[in-house]
Structure formats: structure tokens, C-alpha cells
Design a protein around this ligand. Sequence first.
Ligand SMILES: C[S@@+](CC[C@H](N)C(=O)[O-])C[C@H]1O[C@@H](n2cnc3c(N)ncnc32)[C@H](O)[C@@H]1O
Length: 268
Amino acid sequence: MDPYRAIDAQPDPAEFVERLEERGETPSHARLRRRFLRFAGVRGGASVLEVGSGSGVVARDLARMVGPRGQVVGVDPSRTCVAAARRLAHVHGLDGRVAFRVADGRGLPFRTGRFDVTLAVTVLLHVDEPAGVLREMVRVTRHGGIVGAQDQDFGTLALEHPDRELTARILDGVVEHLYPEPLSGRRLPGLLRAAGLRRVRLMADVFQDTALTPYTQRFLEHRAENAVKLGIVETAVAQRWLDAITDGARAGRFVMTLNFYGATGVRP
Ligand SMILES: C[S@@+](CC[C@H](N)C(=O)[O-])C[C@H]1O[C@@H](n2cnc3c(N)ncnc32)[C@H](O)[C@@H]1O
């Protein structure tokens, strides 16, 4: 089961906070996240809701974008994440600029039309019924306001590796079992139109790593661990797969890319 659906039920929920912060600081990820927030048209003074705010990486960017006249609220079902997001906002000097609440995207505790902009970043791929979350996002956004989502699309993960067959078996096999919506990215425009949004626009972007950063290394180690747990490969095979990646990186051959799709629409 996808651990992001129930972070607090995992053996070490704090590990997910660390992972999200590590991803957030990875330059390629920071660039594509901020590019999406600009694409979504977040402006100074806006009132913005982030659904599935995790450790608060995106909400902190939003708080800086809307400035002191704006307002940012992040909601997440994980108490661990909400507590960490509050603490980290304080550490980053954003006290009073962003608020976090425990809430599920399927039932948002806000009145209809409350926000100018409502966003979900790398969340819809983790939920069972993305259309239900989106319906709520549309409801709490004012008429003429913006609703947007950005998700990776695991059908586009490209990794340079000498064993292509094994790489496909591990990467495709794990995501098919792990995520309810592994190809969520490419489905976002259709999902937004089906939710009744107008003027739907798509921005595709690419995460890239050519240095095997600690974030990517951990990401691939988790894929290997899951492949073993799911019975896709034996432990020794998973280790050999990881070793070939490390060797490739030492020889300057490492490349991993992953497409992210960001879609926005206007609430009629
Ligand atoms: C990969 S994290 C993304 C966090 C943050 N948006 C970011 O990009 O750093 C996914 C988040 O979605 C949250 N989540 C899972 N199910 C949810 C639901 N039904 N409604 C709202 N958030 C949910 C998880 O608790 C987790 O914090």
C-alpha cells in the first residue's frame, strides 16, 4: 500500500517529513515546483489553499509569493506532517504567514468560495478517488478563482542502466502495486475538465538528475526495497541493480528524468 495515504500509520512517520524536505531542497525539484506555482498565477495578496501540504515545502513557497497581504493555508490528514509543517514554517521565519490544519481533501473544512487559488502538488496520485478531492477543491474556490494540480507521471521515468529489462521490471512493477494512480500526471487535464473547470491549461516539466543526489539515491533504494517486498526480485538481484547504478554514477553515466505535469483551470 502507498504509505503516503496513511503516513501516521507507518513505523516511522517522521521519515516522510525528512523525505519531503529532502526532495523540496533538490534544485531540479525546487525549480519545477516554483515554475508550476507561477504558471498557476499565484499573486501577491491572494488567499491560497494547499491540499496535502505534507511538511510544508510548497506552502512556504506560496507564503513568500503572496506576501504579507496574502494568506496561505495548508491541510493534510497526517498529524505528524502538520506538526512538522508548523515547526518548519517557524524555522523559516514564516510565523503568521501560513497556517496548517489537519484535514482530508475529501472533506475540506472551509466554506464554499473561500479561496482565490486551491492547489494540490504531488497529492492526487496518492489518493483513491482523485475526482472526489478535486470536487472539494473546486467547491472551496471562488468563482473565477484557480484550481490546479501537479503530479509526476511514473510512466515517464527514464533511468540510464545497463540492464533495461530488470530496470523496467523493478520500476514499472513497483509503481503498479504502490500507487492508485501512477500515470496521474497525464490525466490531470481530463480530470480538471471533468470537474467542471474552464480554460484548462497544461504545463509539462522534467525533473532531472545527472549526479545521483542523496534524494534520488534514496528514491531508487526505496524502489529496490519495495521490489523485494513485493516479490518482484530477490534481495541479491535488487542489490546488483543498485550497485550498477552507483558504478554508473562514478563513471559519469548517471541520468534519471521524470516528467511532472501541472494543470490549472478556472472555476466558472
Ligand atoms: C508526496 S506528499 C506531497 C506533500 C507536498 N504537497 C509537497 O509537494 O511537498 C503527499 C501528501 O498528501 C497527503 N495526503 C494523502 N491522502 C490525502 C487526502 N486524502 N487528502 C489530502 N492529503 C492527502 C499525504 O499525507 C502527504 O502529506
